[in-house]
Write a protein that binds this ligand. Structure first.
Ligand code: GLP
Length: 258
């Protein structure tokens, strides 16, 4: 795992967005795994800016999002379909027929989960998966104790995730309790993974993810098993790491060779 510590949130965001854009330029037909959440909003802003500056085109990429709330239709304002349209898809030349997000309103959510896992495989798998991280170490909606080899399935949100995500809803009672999410095994199949974590509220999860132990208690610690994972941090999110000198010696200012 490459631990890339940046001196500000802005620098970490710019670095991870540049990394993704570089990958699209190198392989215009690449398959991207995408995430939602407040942390990735500025990453998408930076990707949109590169498109507006005509530095990149997303017209040939294929995308698969991590997850969706069960029970929300794509046009629901709090759905991840809506989030993606607002922050990325609707602002670039990404073709909507080349984007995929699980359907939270599917009549049979278990069948939808199977369909989604198969669709990722049919596409030849994900080249680069973007991730955020929950305060409890979740990735996608894989809450603590998720199987480390899980595939796309229905997961119940942890109470702390319901609380954290309630900031986007009118009240906590409106937050769906179930999600369809890529599994940890699905995520680990991506050929490359880039994760971003910003701020003090993520520093404990960041410590557990990077310095272990490998445990379903912290789902993001599964990234320790991945041969090509990069973690983009600001100084605050990195503040609890005990081997920080080492990470900074290997990657001064979060620099990574391309
Ligand atoms: C949600 C998403 C995750 C995301 C997490 C953190 O629960 N399912 O993919 O990483 O929130 O979000 P934020 O960046 O808003 O802290």
């Amino acid at each position: 795992m490459k631990v890339l510590i940046h001196d500000s949130a802005e620098a970490a965001v710019a670095a991870i967005a540049n990394r993704i854009v570089e990958k699209v330029i190198a392989k215009p037909t690449c398959v991207l795994g995408l995430a939602t959440g407040g942390t990735v909003e500025p990453v998408y802003d930076a990707m949109v800016q590169k498109y507006e500056q005509q530095k990149v085109s997303y017209s040939r990429i294929r995308t698969f999002n991590l997850d969706e709330y069960v029970g929300l239709s794509p046009d629901h304002p709090m759905s991840y379909h809506h989030f993606m349209e607002k922050h990325l898809f609707g602002r670039t030349d990404i073709k909507s027929e080349n984007t995929s997000i699980p359907f939270g309103n599917a009549v049979n959510p278990n069948e939808e989960a199977r369909r989604y896992e198969a669709a990722i495989k049919q596409c030849g798998g994900i080249d680069c998966q973007l991730l955020g991280i929950g305060e409890n170490g979740h990735i996608g909606f894989n809450e603590p104790t998720s199987s480390l080899s899980s595939t796309v399935r229905i997961k119940t949100l942890a109470p702390e995730t319901v609380r954290a995500n309630s900031r986007y809803f009118k009240n906590i009672a409106e937050v769906p309790r179930l999600s369809i999410t890529m599994g940890i095994g699905t995520i680990l199949c991506a050929r490359e993974i880039v994760l971003i974590a910003i701020g003090d509220n993520k520093s404990k999860a960041v410590l557990e993810m990077i310095e272990g132990p490998l445990s379903a208690r912290c789902p993001a610690s599964a990234l320790q098993l991945h041969p090509h994972a990069e973690v983009y941090l600001d100084e605050v999110a990195a503040s609890q790491l005990t081997l920080r000198d080492y990470y900074e010696a290997v990657h001064p200012n979060g620099k990574v060779e391309s």
